[in-house]
Each structure stands twice: as structure tokens, then as C-alpha cells.
Design a protein around this ligand. Structure first.
Ligand SMILES: Cc1cc2nc3c(=O)[nH]c(=O)nc-3n(C[C@H](O)[C@H](O)[C@H](O)COP(=O)(O)OP(=O)(O)OC[C@H]3O[C@@H](n4cnc5c(N)ncnc54)[C@H](O)[C@@H]3O)c2cc1C
Length: 514
């Protein structure tokens, strides 16, 4: 379906297909509304495919005395673990503590006791120096006092966005990628009346009537709705990650540590068969319309950190297989040190236009509720703040008892009701290369998940472009053979897609040169 095929009027238009817009869209569809979501690029193309994938309370907010924010995020973490098992999964953290730098053992004990208290259960423990070195002999031993372990959770961010959008569509919403909102029209009284949007797939510029618009465009928010608060503006901050093969250090948990240069918390964590090292927090001066890249300077900073904390690993940038950078939508008044800027969200309302931006992936549902409440008077139906519920649980009637519980849970977490389709029609449940993505997921995405370019498929739906050497170049012919029946691409289109994808990967996702 494209914009020309849709109704001329919607209850609500949501602009932006990141986690915030997807959360609003899903919640609106849950309430029985008929929302239209428009995304200028691919779903999750923005920050929501470029996060550190952590569903967390945020220990650093505790340090800033923001107990309410931490408690809210911890409760959201618990809710998401319950709602999307297989997509949101528990994740252990280990933080080595040193006598001569970083937080002290006593300070961490207090902080984590509060963190556990906010979660309603003890979720941390101290590990002695010798046991820490037994667990990770590569860890810096000089000055090591002990380590602390605690629990948070992890999510495939882009898949969370897709899950919310797909479930929202199943409940009556309409979501289109590659459709950029170019204007918000108002009536004589200044109230929102319509949006105009450019559909890149058809080349049509089209108007759709609506009484309410939620602008969930993250770092782009002020392009459609300038801040109403004097001197308070978007400060795009770039965060970068380097991706290494999993075999450089078999990790079953995050190693979180304090960077010796600026005493920021950074980490290395396992994901999809790889290890990810991140992040930075620097002003992003480039234009927001092109994909962000990890600079050589950021790569050097991250390598300095990992080599300091894991000197026994003896790792160089040469081992890096890919990189990914994202832009934090941070609103700033006083331009503090980047890492000290508030990550809280804002909601601005102007006669039917509500902008919601800032915040975190973890708290997307709260952002959605706040945005919908702010626009409620323009919407049909009563106000309701329901907890996030995923109605699709593993279907007891399916006949897949021969499939491993881990695979079933992965698929039900990622695809909800559609998991049965992945399992039924596409039998190849073997993993692709060294990743945990399955061949069946690739063909399912090609058939059902609004793929416009090969990079949609390989960077955001199954994400093997981030985890295989050279963006998965060696697998592209196999991908073509598998997906040709589902994508209306002839040989020359496939050749152009493969070239376009590899050029894009080289430019924005290849390992940086320090
Ligand atoms: C490096 C990094 C690490 C992070 N790690 C974590 C973490 O571990 N845990 C956590 O909870 N949070 C994390 N965050 C924060 C989290 O990722 C963001 O808060 C969240 O993804 C923002 O989502 P969003 O939907 O608001 O914005 P986005 O995901 O950027 O979505 C906005 C979308 O709007 C679209 N758009 C823009 N203009 C238009 C238009 N005119 N018409 C239509 N569409 C438009 C864009 O293409 C984009 O896709 C991290 C952020 C970064 C940068």
C-alpha cells in the first residue's frame, strides 16, 4: 500500500517511524483509533536502530539524583521483559572497581542497593577481586579491588520498532515508510487540519486530513515544530559503536567500565554473535539528513578505553568488522558537558500538533502516553492509560514442538502473531553465518515487511549487514536466491541493489580508520 491508496482522513497522523512514533502508533491503534504513521526513510532508520540496545533504568540518573526517572525506567524495563520475552531479554552487567579511579566500592554498593530497591528485588552482587579475574582474566588487574554485577535487559531496537508497527497495523493502523511529511496545514483558527507528504516510492505529494498530529521525529523534531521555549533547543549528540567478532572475547554479559580519559561509563557487550563497544557522546555538526558515521577520533577513544580495561585482550581496530553511529535527540538550554545533558523527554502542544522528543528507547511507552494525553481533546473516544500489552503469545495450537524453545521464543518475541508464518512457510531455521539471525527471518521480511532497498533488509530487518564481514558481501548471492520470489526485483535491479548496499555500507558502516 502507498499513500495514494489510503483514506483521505485519519484520526491521527504520527510523524516519524522510530521507537517513539511506533509506540504512539501502536498505543493509538490499541485504543481503537485509525492512526497513519509516516516515516521519511525506512522504519527505525533514525536513532532507533543505532542505540546501545539496553533496556535499563540508567544508573547514571541515580548519580544525578533523578530517582523518579530511574524508578520509571526500571519499571518499564520489567514491563518490557514481561511483554516481549524473546525480543527483550535479561542481560547481566559486570563493572570492575578500582582503588585509584572510578566509583568506589562503597558508592556502587549504595547506588545499586537503591537500584535494586526501585526494581523491588535485589538485582546486584559484589564479586571479589580474585573471582573477577577468574571470570575475565583479560581485565586490568592493577588496582582492581572487586567488581559489581547487576541486571538490566537488552533489545533489538529496530525489531522492537517493527514489532510495534506490525502489531499496530494488525489492529487497524496504516504505516508507510519512505514518505516524508513536508507540511502541517491549519484551519482559519490555527488548528491542525491536514498534513502534506511526499511519497518517494510513487513521487506523489499528497494531503491527508486529520485533527491531530504527533511529531515524533526525534533529533529532527524542530524542523516541523520549533521549540516554544526560548533558548531551549535540540542539541544533536552523536554516539558511536564499534562491532567486533564474538570470538575476540566470548562474553555472556556486559563489561561496563569507566573510560580513563574522561571518566564516562562505556561498555563492551555481546549481541547477535558479536561484541559491541560503545559509546561516545559528542556534538554532531554534520547535516541530519545523511547517515551519521563513526569518526577516526571516536574510534581511537573507544579503543583507548577497551585496551585500558582489557589489556589482556590485546585488540586492535583491525579486528573491527563494522561500525554504527546514532544521534541522541537531546534538548539543551545551558550547553553543559555532553554527557551531563538531561535525557528527559519534552512534550509541546500547539492546537492539535504535539511534539514528543528526547527520552530513551526504554521509556518509549511513557512518551507515547504523554503525547496521546496531550492531544486527547482532538481525538475521538475517552482518555485511557492502559499498560503496554502484547496480545500475541506463542500460539498453543501451532505444531512446532520440534523447534527449540529458544528459536520459538526469539520468533514470537520479534514477530508476534506472524511468528507462526515464519515457522510455517519458511522452514530454514538455520542461522546466517555466525549471527543468530535465521534464514527464515530474511525471507519473511522480504515478503511482508515493506522492503524498499536491500539495506532495509540487511541493516534493519535482520541486521546481518552489521555482523558479517564486509557487510555480508559473501552472502549476497544467497540472499538474492532466497528473496527473489518475494521481492519484485529482476536481475538488473538486484545488481543495482547489491552495489548500492555495498557502497552505502562502505560509506557509513565500515570500520573507521583511526
Ligand atoms: C548511541 C546511542 C545509544 C543509545 N542507547 C540507548 C540505550 O541503550 N537504551 C535506551 O533506552 N536508549 C538509548 N538511546 C536513546 C534512544 O535510542 C533514543 O532515545 C530513541 O531511539 C529515539 O527514538 P525516536 O523515535 O524519538 O527518534 P528516531 O529513532 O530518530 O526516529 C525519528 C524518525 O523520524 C523520521 N523523520 C524525520 N523527519 C521526518 C519527516 N519530515 N517526515 C517523516 N519522518 C521523519 C526520521 O527518519 C527518523 O526515522 C541511545 C541513543 C544513542 C544515539
Amino acid at each position: 500500500m502507498r499513500l495514494t491508496d489510503t483514506d483521505s482522513q485519519f484520526d491521527l497522523v504520527v510523524i516519524g517511524g522510530g521507537v517513539t512514533g511506533a509506540g504512539v502508533f501502536h498505543e493509538a491503534a490499541e485504543r481503537g483509533l485509525a492512526p497513519l504513521l509516516l516515516e521519511a526513510n525506512d522504519f527505525a532508520w533514525g536513532t532507533s536502530s543505532r542505540s546501545s540496545k539496553m533496556v535499563h533504568g540508567g544508573l547514571r540518573y541515580l548519580k544525578q539524583g533523578k530517582f523518579l526517572l530511574t524508578r520509571t525506567a526500571v519499571l518499564e524495563r520489567e514491563r518490557l521483559l514481561q511483554t516481549y520475552p524473546g525480543l527483550v531479554t535479561p542481560l547481566d552487567f559486570l563493572m570492575p572497581l578500582y582503588g585509584d579511579y572510578g566509583p568506589s566500592k562503597a558508592a556502587m554498593k549504595i547506588g545499586l542497593s537503591i537500584y535494586s530497591f526501585l526494581a523491588g528485588q535485589r538485582q546486584h552482587q559484589m564479586t571479589a577481586r580474585e573471582q573477577t579475574l577468574d571470570l575475565f582474566p583479560q581485565i586490568r588487574a592493577d588496582g582492581l579491588v572487586s567488581s559489581v554485577g547487576f541486571k538490566d535487559a537488552q533489545v533489538d531496537d529496530a525489531r522492537l520498532v517493527l514489532r510495534l508497527i506490525n502489531d499496530g497495523c494488525r489492529r487497524g493502523g496504516t504505516a508507510l515508510n519512505y514518505t516524508r511529511v513536508t507540511g502541517i496545514e491549519r484551519d482559519k483558527k490555527g488548528r491542525v487540519a491536514a498534513v502534506t507528504a511526499f511519497d518517494a516510492a510513487t513521487g506523489h505529494q499528497i494531503e491527508r486530513k486529520t485533527k491531530a498530529v504527533i511529531n515524533a521525529t526525534g533529533a529532527w523534531a524542530e524542523h516541523l515544530h520549533p521549540s516554544p521555549v526560548k533558548g531551549f533547543h535540540m542539541r544533536p549528540l552523536r554516539g558511536s559503536h564499534l562491532i567486533f567478532p564474538g570470538d575476540i572475547l566470548p562474553l555472556d554479559r556486559v563489561i561496563s567500565f569507566i573510560h580513563p580519559r574522561d571518566l564516562r561509563a562505556v561498555f563492551i557487550f555481546p549481541w547477535n554473535g558479536c561484541n559491541i563497544l560503545g559509546t561516545t557522546d559528542v556534538d554532531h555538526e554534520d547535516a541530519l539528513d545523511k547517515e551519521p558515521v563513526v569518526t577516526g577520533e571516536e574510534a581511537a577513544y573507544l579503543m583507548e578505553g577497551v585496551n585500558f580495561i582489557l589489556p589482556g585482550l590485546d585488540i586492535s581496530l583491525k579486528a573491527c568488522i563494522s561500525s554504527i553511529a546514532g544521534i541522541r535527540p537531546v534538548l539543551s538550554k545551558k550547553r553543559k558537558k555532553a554527557s551531563k545533558e538531561s535525557r528527559e523527554h519534552v512534550v509541546w502542544e500547539d492546537k492539535g500538533l504535539v511534539t514528543v522528543t528526547g527520552g530513551k528507547l526504554t521509556t518509549f511507552h511513557l512518551l507515547a502516553l504523554d503525547a496521546l494525553n496531550a492531544v486527547q481533546k482532538y481525538l475521538p473516544g475517552p482518555k485511557e492509560n492502559k499498560p503496554l500489552v502484547a496480545k500475541e503469545k506463542p500460539d498453543r495450537r501451532d505444531d512446532f514442538s520440534h523447534i527449540s524453545p529458544t528459536v520459538r521464543q526469539r520468533l514470537y518475541g520479534r514477530y508476534g502473531k506472524a511468528a507462526a508464518d515464519v515457522l510455517t512457510h519458511q522452514a530454514d531455521l538455520t542461522p546466517i553465518g555466525t549471527t543468530s539471525s535465521l534464514w527464515a527471518e530474511l525471507s519473511h521480511a522480504a515478503a511482508h515487511e515493506k522492503i524498499h532497498t536491500l539495506s532495509d533488509l540487511l541493516l534493519r530487518r535482520v541486521r546481518i549487514g552489521l555482523f558479517l564481514p564486509q557487510g555480508g558481501k559473501a552472502w549476497l548471492d544467497e540472499v538474492e536466491t532466497l528473496c527473489t520470489p518475494f521481492l519484485a526485483w529482476d536481475k538488473s535491479r538486484w545488481a543495482a541493489e547489491k552495489k548500492g548496499y555495498l557502497d552505502l555500507w562502505q560509506k557509513f558502516y565500515s570500520p573507521p580508520i583511526a
